[in-house]
Design a binder for this molecule. Structure first.
Ligand SMILES: [Zn+2]
Length: 60
C-alpha cells in the first residue's frame, strides 16, 4: 500500500500518484495536494488565514 500523505498547506488527503512533493533547503519534505496549495505556499501565505484550509483558525 502506498503511503497517503496529508497536504502540508490545506490538510487534505493526497491520493497516491497525485499532488507534488517539495523539499526545503533545510531537508524538510512538504507534500501538496495541488498546484493551488503549492502556489499559496510559495506566496508565503499562512494556512491559518486561508478559509479553505483545514488549518484555518477563526479569529476571535
Ligand atoms: Zn492542499
Amino acid at each position: 500500500m502506498p503511503k497517503v500523505y496529508m497536504c502540508s498547506f490545506c490538510g487534505g488527503r493526497i491520493e497516491p500518484g497525485s499532488g507534488l512533493t517539495y523539499v526545503l533547503r533545510n531537508g524538510v519534505i512538504l507534500h501538496f495536494c495541488s498546484s493551488k496549495c503549492f502556489k499559496n505556499f510559495k506566496l508565503g501565505r499562512d494556512p491559518k488565514k486561508i478559509p479553505w484550509s483545514a488549518y484555518y483558525v477563526l479569529r476571535k
